[in-house]
Design a binder for this molecule. Structure first.
Ligand code: FMN
Length: 237
């Protein structure tokens, strides 16, 4: 089949686009409202953008609530822009019900961490708290917002980019010096109302004959040069 998204002529019962970019990690974003109230919301349109320095993003889509009004900006977007900070917490299979609950559209004065029965853990470099139950929390400094148009009248997408300036990893989530996905079971969104989580991992070295390049396993070129980072075992071996 072929269709043109602008014409929405896929002929299927449900729009297949989101189902075709999978699995999407779920950034579980904590921010602070202007009165210091904690906001928490999941965003599956979210990911890493770079690693040196690390940038991450989440995308809040808004629609017009009344004819002629400005599109609603998600509280997470407004708060990240106003305060210049957010925390990107990792969503996991064990936390799936709370991740889902935190997507409730509630007034900005409601503390959504408390609403979901979650525990705030203090951040070190930013004011929004971390989700204590989440094994990975990235403290982010707001960098910029990319505004994308929507096909729907009055819609808009705000892609919020932040630099990760502090990274917490629960010690129990590290096995033999590596982040242990099988223990953490990161949660990801598929299409429709379907989700998946990591329960299988395989390793594949680079192709035979390929020269090792700094960055292949996430270490920075400077760290390798200075000896701070260990190069991975030779590729193709
Ligand atoms: C798993 C999951 C993923 C979601 N991903 C997105 C997303 O990528 N973008 C978006 O605008 N809304 C997304 N939502 C809906 C938002 O979480 C929801 O609109 C929330 O109320 C926004 O909160 P805020 O206004 O406090 O920022 C998602 C919901 C769930 C359950």
């Amino acid at each position: 089949m072929f269709y043109e998204p602008r014409n929405d002529d896929h002929g299927l019962p449900y729009n297949p686009f989101k189902a075709c970019v999978v699995p999407r990690p779920i950034g579980w974003i904590t921010t602070l409202g202007h009165d210091g109230v904690v906001n928490l919301a999941p965003f599956s349109i979210s990911n890493q953008l770079s690693y040196d320095p690390p940038f991450v993003f989440f995308s809040g889509s808004g629609a017009m609530e009344e004819a002629g009004a400005a599109p609603r900006r998600k509280d997470s977007v407004v708060n990240a822009e106003n305060t210049g900070e957010f925390v990107y917490n990792m969503a996991t299979y064990a936390l799936r019900e709370k991740v889902n609950l935190s997507s409730l559209h509630v007034p900005p004065e409601v503390d959504e961490l408390a609403l979901c029965g979650l525990t705030p853990a203090p951040s070190r470099l930013v004011k929004p708290p971390r989700v204590a139950e989440s094994p990975v929390n990235m403290e982010c400094r707001y960098h910029c917002t990319l505004t994308l148009p929507s096909n729907s009248a009055g819609g808009v997408h705000h892609v919020v980019v932040g630099e990760v300036i502090g990274l917490h990893i629960n010690d129990e989530a590290i096995t033999d010096g590596r982040v242990d996905w099988l223990k953490i079971q990161p949660l990801a969104r598929m299409g429709y109302m379907d989700y998946t989580f990591v329960n299988h991992v395989f390793t594949m070295p680079g192709p035979k004959g390929e020269e090792y390049r700094p960055g292949q396993v996430g270490e920075t070129a400077d760290a390798v040069k200075s000896g701070r980072a260990k190069a991975p075992t030779p590729v193709g071996e």
